[in-house]
Design a protein around this ligand. Structure first.
Ligand code: KG4
Ligand code: ZN
Length: 349
C-alpha cells in the first residue's frame, strides 16, 4: 500500500508518498518527500509569524502535493489513504493541511488518517533505520517540543516527561536572537560553537526533582527546563562591558550548547536505565545538532545501548514521517471522519 502524507503544522509545507515494503524489519520506503520551507519569509521577523505561515501554506500546498505525486510516479488510484498532521502546531497552518487532506480524501474516495506531529517525529527513526529494538526511549526535541517517550510496542507511545517551559529548539532560537545571530538559531549556534570554549561561561544546569503541578500523572524527575538557561545567557550578554567579540560570542554559543546537550542526554539515558530500554533514539529538528549526535553515540557506546537518529532531512519537519505514522494508525483501524478538525494542542500519550 502507498499513502500520501501531508504536514503543515509550522513553517514547512510538505507532502510525501511512502510505500510499504512487506519487509517487517524495514517496513517503509520513501517514494517522495517534498518540503517547501518558509524560513526565508520568517527570518526577516526573527521567528515564525503564524499569519504569514498559514497564507504561505495556502500558496504552496497544491504544487507541493503535485510534485510529491509526480516524483513518486503515483496517481491518486495508486494510493490507499491520505494521512495528515492534525496537531499540535499553529492552528492556522494545521488547518491548511487538514482541509486539503479532507478534500483530497473525499475527491479520491480514500480513507483519511489523522496523525500526531510527534508520532511522526518518533516514526522518522523507523523510516530511517527500520524497526527499533523495543522497548525504546525516544527523545523528541524540536522548536516546539522536548519530550521523552517510551515505545513498548510499535505505534504505542507513552509520554514520560517533557519540558516545563521552553523547548530546547526554542532556547536555541532565543539565544541566537540575543546574540544577534538570526533565525533559526540552532544551525548557527551549532556551527559557531565549534570555534568556542565550552567552559568559558558558567551557566546553570537544572535538575527537577518534584512532580509538575500541571501534570501530576508524570513523576516529573525526568522533566526538562530551559528558560533559566536562556535567562542566564541574557544576563551574561547584558552584563557584559560593550558588545561581545566574535570569540566571546562563540564561547557563549559553545557553553550554552554544552549545557543543553548534557541535560538532554542525562534525562534520556536515565529513562533508558529506568525502563531497561533496548534502544534509544533522538528525533526532531534539534536532533540535527552535531554535538547532540556525537554525545548520543558516545553515551550509547559507553552504556552498550544501540542509538538511533534520523537523517538530517528526516530530522526537521517533513511529510514522510507523517505518512509513516499514518500507516501505523491505518493498520490499527484508526480512520478519521471528514469532520476532522485541526487541534493546536493535541496530546499524545
Ligand atoms: O522539528 P522542527 O523542524 O520544527 C518543529 O516542530 O519545531 O525543529 C525546528 C527547530 C528550531 O528551533 C531549530 O533552531 C532547531 O530545530 N534546529 C537545531 C539545529 N537545526 C535545527 N537546533 C540545534 N542544532 C541544530 N543543528
Ligand atoms: Zn516538528
Amino acid at each position: 500500500m502507498r499513502i500520501l502524507g501531508i504536514e503543515t503544522s509550522c513553517d514547512e509545507t510538505s507532502a510525501a508518498v511512502v510505500e510499504e515494503t512487506g519487509d517487517p524489519a524495514r517496513p517503509w520506503a520513501i517514494r517522495s518527500n517534498i518540503v517547501a520551507s518558509q524560513v526565508a519569509i520568517h527570518r526577516e521577523w526573527g521567528g515564525v509569524v503564524p499569519e504569514l505561515a498559514s497564507r504561505q501554506h495556502i500558496r504552496d500546498i497544491c504544487r507541493v502535493v503535485d510534485r510529491a505525486m509526480d516524483q513518486a510516479q503515483s496517481t491518486w488510484r495508486d494510493l490507499g489513504a491520505v494521512a495528515v498532521t492534525q496537531g499540535p502546531g499553529l492552528v492556522g497552518s494545521l488547518l491548511v493541511g487538514v482541509s486539503f487532506a479532507k478534500a483530497a480524501a473525499a475527491a479520491a474516495n480514500l480513507p483519511l488518517v489523522a496523525v500526531h506531529h510527534l508520532a511522526g517525529h518518533i516514526e522518522s527513526l523507523v523510516l530511517q533505520n527500520g524497526e527499533l529494538p523495543l522497548p525504546s526511549i525516544v527523545l523528541v526535541v524540536s522548536g516546539g517540543h522536548t519530550s521523552l517517550y517510551l515505545v513498548e510496542r510499535p505505534g504505542a507511545y507513552q509520554l514520560l516527561s517533557r519540558t516545563r517551559d521552553d523547548a530546547a529548539g526554542e532556547a536555541y532560537d532565543k539565544v541566537a536572537k540575543l546574540l544577534g545571530l538570526g533565525y533559526p538559531g540552532g544551525p548557527v549556534i551549532d556551527r559557531l560553537a565549534k570555534k568556542g570554549d565550552d567552559r568559558a561561561v558558567s551557566l546553570p544546569t537544572v535538575r527537577l526533582t518534584h512532580a509538575d503541578r500541571n501534570a501530576p500523572e508524570l513523576k516529573g524527575d525526568l522533566d526538562f527546563s530551559f528558560s533559566g538557561l536562556k535567562t542566564a545567557v541574557m544576563r551574561h550578554v547584558r552584563g557584559h562591558d560593550g558588545p561581545l567579540s566574535e570569540q566571546e560570542t562563540a564561547d557563549v554559543a559553545a557553553s550554552f550548547q554544552r549545557v543543553v546537550v548534557a541535560s538532554l542526554i542525562e534525562r534520556l539515558f536515565d529513562a533508558a536505565r529506568r525502563y531497561q530500554a533496548k534502544s534509544v533514539g533522538v528525533s526532531g529538528g534539534v536532533s540535527a545538532n552535531s554535538r547532540l549526535r556525537a554525545a548520543l553515540e558516545e553515551r550509547g557506546a559507553a552504556r552498550d545501548v544501540p542509538t538511533f537518529l534520523p537523517s538530517l532531512a528526516l530530522s526537521t519537519d517533513n511529510a514522510a514521517m507523517i505518512a509513516a505514522a499514518g500507516l501505523r494508525r491505518f493498520h490499527a483501524g484508526e480512520v478519521a471522519s471528514l469532520d476532522l478538525n485541526a487541534d493546536a494542542a493535541l496530546p499524545l500519550r
